[in-house]
Design a protein around this ligand. Structure first.
Ligand code: ADP
Ligand code: MG
Length: 239
């Protein structure tokens, strides 16, 4: 564990120094991204320019390998463009103080990773939230009823896949974790598989509830998700 922590600290993301309290208009200016270890040395994203207005829901669609996840990670500042710029209002994203940015944003990856601890701790995720905040977030992610139905409820220890929580419930716990911090920008990578009809319906309801209240960028595979978007951005071959 110490070795891993040391490794992560040696590769700490550079921080900017401009504080930010509210999310403004997001702009990509000719953004290109190339993975360092891509044997083909091709651009994952190539000259992408786009505008995302605050409090809109934007769907990202396109075939597998098109660059959707890469775009989402650049948007969340988990990666920095190889060339081009991303601005938030008038500020360059690389100049924004990382702690502020982390507070303003949340990403629910396609393969959500829960840790082997209680459901409450998974939602809290070391932020020291009180139980009311945790339950509130679970409500908003439409997973509260599922949690109280299992023995131990919020104190249930998350185990291997066969223990207690279905794939869809795990996804909703991951959404609750992201909502618990009240982000202004939410990135969602919609699960492609193992999504039962109930979870698909809940996922749509969550999107409908949040629409207009925060900026949402959702990587969308399903018609029900695409219908919930104000705008659709299609990516093909990184453009
Ligand atoms: P999508 O999410 O649309 O399926 P990605 O953004 O994951 O697409 O990938 C875009 C391109 O970048 C693909 O060609 C993929 O092979 C490549 N790529 C993705 N992640 C990495 C990585 N960690 N290293 C090298 N190449 C990658
Ligand atoms: Mg992807």
């Amino acid at each position: 564990l110490m070795a891993t922590i040391g490794e992560l600290e040696r590769h700490a993301q550079p921080t900017g120094h401009v504080p930010i309290e509210r999310l403004g208009t997001i702009r990509f200016h000719e953004v290109t991204y190339q993975y360092e270890y891509d044997p083909q040395r091709s651009d994952a994203l190539n000259g992408v320019s786009l505008v995302i207005e605050p409090n809109t829901t934007v769907g990202l669609v396109g075939p597998s390998g098109a660059g959707k996840s890469t775009l989402a990670e650049l948007l969340l500042s988990l990666r920095q463009p190889t060339s081009g710029r991303i601005t938030i209002g008038d500020i360059d994203l690389v100049d924004i103080q990382r702690s502020d940015w982390a507070r303003l944003t949340a990403l629910v990856p396609q393969d959500q990773q829960l840790t082997p601890t209680s459901i409450a701790d998974n939602i809290d995720f070391l932020r020291g939230l009180d139980r009311a905040d945790i339950v509130g977030a679970a409500h908003r992610a439409h997973v509260d009823r599922d949690i109280v139905a299992i023995a131990d409820g919020y104190d249930h220890i998350v185990g291997s896949r066969s223990q207690g929580l279905s794939g869809g419930q795990r996804q909703r716990v991951a959404i609750a974790r992201s909502l618990a911090g009240h982000p202004q920008l939410l990135g969602l990578d919609e699960p492609t598989s193992a999504l039962d009809a109930t979870t698909e319906r809940f996922f749509r309801r969550t999107l409908d509830d949040l629409r207009g209240k925060m900026t949402i960028v959702v990587i969308a595979h399903r018609p029900t998700t695409i219908e919930a978007c104000d705008r659709i951005i299609e990516i093909r071959d990184g453009t």
